[in-house]
Design a binder for this molecule. Structure first.
Ligand SMILES: [Zn+2]
Length: 391
C-alpha cells in the first residue's frame, strides 16, 4: 500500500474509533445532565394517597420527550423519568411519547429563531440513521421507529396505541395482566413535515397520532409563543390542521402563540388538546393558557394536560401542579383536565414517573374527590382516546 493511502486509512480508523467511543459515552451523559429529578425515588406518600393511587384503573400522561435521548426504554434507568419498567412499576396505562426534531441553541421562552439547531450533533452522536441527521421528517421517523423497536423487543409488555380498537384490545389485556403498559406517538412542532402536506400521511403511517403546529420557534404553520412573529396560522397551517382532523389525528396546541391559538380554535372541527401546559390563572408566563383558551379547549371536548415543571407552574413542586389542576377544574369542570408532565423534556422535574402518587396526595390536600382525582390521573384521557383516536 502506498504511504499516503496508509496514513489516510489510519486517520479514518482513529476517527471512527473516536466516534464510536463518543457515541457510547456522550448521549447518556447528556441525557442525565439535561433531565434532572429533584427528589430521588423511592417515593413515600400517606397510606390514603397510596391506596387511592393503587385503586386507579387508568393512569395516563400526555407528554414526555424520552425518545429524544436514545435511552434504552426497555431497561430501568437510574436517570431521566420514563422507561417501560418504571411505567409498569408506576401502574401507568398510557404515556404519550412526543417527538422533538429541532430546538434552537440558547433556547429561551421569549424570542427564538429557527437559525440554529441543537439536535444535529446529538443525532450524530446517538448513531441515528444517517438520513435523519439533517432531515427533520426523517428525524421524526427515526424516533417512531425506535419506539416500534422497543415494542417489538418488549416481550408484549409494551404496546403502541394507534386506534380505538388497539386501545380496546389493550384494555382487555390489561384487565388480565397489570404488568403491561402502552404509549402513543406525538410530535412537537410540525417543522417535522419539512414543509410538505403529504408528510402528514407519512408520519401518520409511522404511528403518529398527535401533533402540535409549533415548538420553540416560528415555522411554516405559524407563530410560536416563544418565536419572533407571534403570528397566527398560515394557509399551509390551515391545510395541515384540516388534513390532521380529517385523519382523526389530535391537534396539540402546546407552545402556540395566542394568535395561533385563536386561529386554530376558529377553524378546528374536532376536540383540541394541550399536551403539556400551565395556566395563566396560577402562573403568568408566555407558555401558559389564558382562561379564554382553557374554556375553548373544554368547549371543544378536549384536554388540558397540566405540566409538572417550573415555567409551567411557577414552582417545581407537585403542590403547584395540583394548584393549576384545581384551577382548571374550578374553571371548566373536571372532565377536561389531565396530566401532561413533560418528563424528560430537558427540564428539572420533582419526581420521575414512579412519583405520581405524590400528585394524588397533593390533589387530596385540595379536597378534590376520589372520583375527580381518578378522572384527572387518567380517566379523562381514556375516555378521550376511546372517542377520538381513529377507529
Ligand atoms: Zn414542550
Amino acid at each position: 500500500m502506498k504511504r499516503p493511502k496508509k496514513i489516510a486509512l489510519i486517520i479514518i480508523s482513529i476517527l471512527l474509533t473516536l466516534y464510536f467511543i463518543a457515541s457510547v459515552i456522550v448521549p447518556k451523559k447528556v441525557d442525565a445532565k439535561y433531565n434532572t429529578i429533584t427528589l430521588k425515588p423511592p417515593y413515600k406518600v400517606s397510606a390514603k394517597a397510596q391506596e387511592l393511587y393503587n385503586s386507579l384503573d387508568f393512569i395516563a400522561d400526555m407528554h414526555c420527550d424520552a425518545l429524544l435521548w436514545k435511552r434504552n426504554l426497555l431497561k430501568k434507568n437510574d436517570f431521566g423519568s420514563v422507561d417501560i419498567p418504571r411505567m409498569i412499576e408506576a401502574n401507568v396505562s398510557l404515556q404519550a411519547f412526543t417527538i422533538v426534531t429541532k430546538a434552537p441553541k440558547k433556547m429561551n421562552f421569549d424570542n427564538n429563531t429557527d437559525e440554529t439547531d441543537a439536535i444535529t450533533l446529538p443525532y450524530i452522536l446517538q448513531r441515528r440513521p444517517i438520513n435523519s441527521w439533517f432531515n427533520l421528517t426523517n428525524r421524526a421517523l427515526a424516533q417512531c421507529e425506535a419506539l416500534h423497536e422497543f415494542e417489538n423487543e418488549s416481550k408484549e409488555t409494551f404496546k403502541i396505541i394507534k386506534s380505538v380498537s388497539d386501545l380496546e384490545q389493550y384494555l382487555a389485556n390489561r384487565k388480565k395482566n397489570k404488568n403491561i403498559t402502552a404509549g402513543f406517538l406525538g410530535i412537537e412542532g410540525m417543522h417535522a413535515l419539512n414543509g410538505k402536506l403529504e408528510n402528514v400521511d407519512k408520519l401518520y403511517d409511522a404511528g403518529v397520532r398527535m401533533m402540535s403546529p409549533v415548538h420553540f420557534f416560528d415555522n411554516k404553520l405559524g407563530g410560536s409563543a416563544h418565536g419572533v412573529s407571534k403570528e397566527g396560522l398560515t394557509d399551509f397551517g390551515k391545510q395541515v390542521i384540516k388534513k390532521m382532523q380529517a385523519k382523526n389525528m389530535i391537534v396539540d396546541i402546546s407552545h402556540s402563540s395566542p394568535k395561533l391559538l385563536d386561529d386554530i380554535f376558529e377553524i378546528s372541527t374536532k376536540p383540541i388538546v394541550s399536551s403539556h401546559t400551565g395556566v395563566q390563572g396560577t402562573c403568568q408566563t408566555v407558555r401558559n393558557l389564558s382562561d379564554k383558551h382553557l374554556k375553548q379547549i373544554a368547549e371543544s371536548g378536549g384536554l388540558i394536560s397540566v405540566a409538572m415543571f417550573e415555567p409551567a407552574t411557577c414552582n417545581n413542586t407537585p403542590a403547584s401542579t395540583a394548584k393549576a389542576i384545581k384551577y382548571c377544574i374550578d374553571l371548566v369542570g373536571v372532565d377536561y383536565v389531565a396530566l401532561g408532565s413533560d418528563f424528560d423534556g430537558a427540564i428539572e422535574i420533582h419526581t420521575d414517573i414512579t412519583g405520581l402518587p405524590i400528585y394524588v396526595e397533593e390533589l387530596l390536600k385540595l379536597n378534590i374527590s376520589k372520583e375527580d382525582i381518578s378522572k384527572v390521573m387518567g380517566g379523562n384521557v381514556k375516555r378521550f382516546m376511546l372517542k377520538n383516536l381513529p377507529r
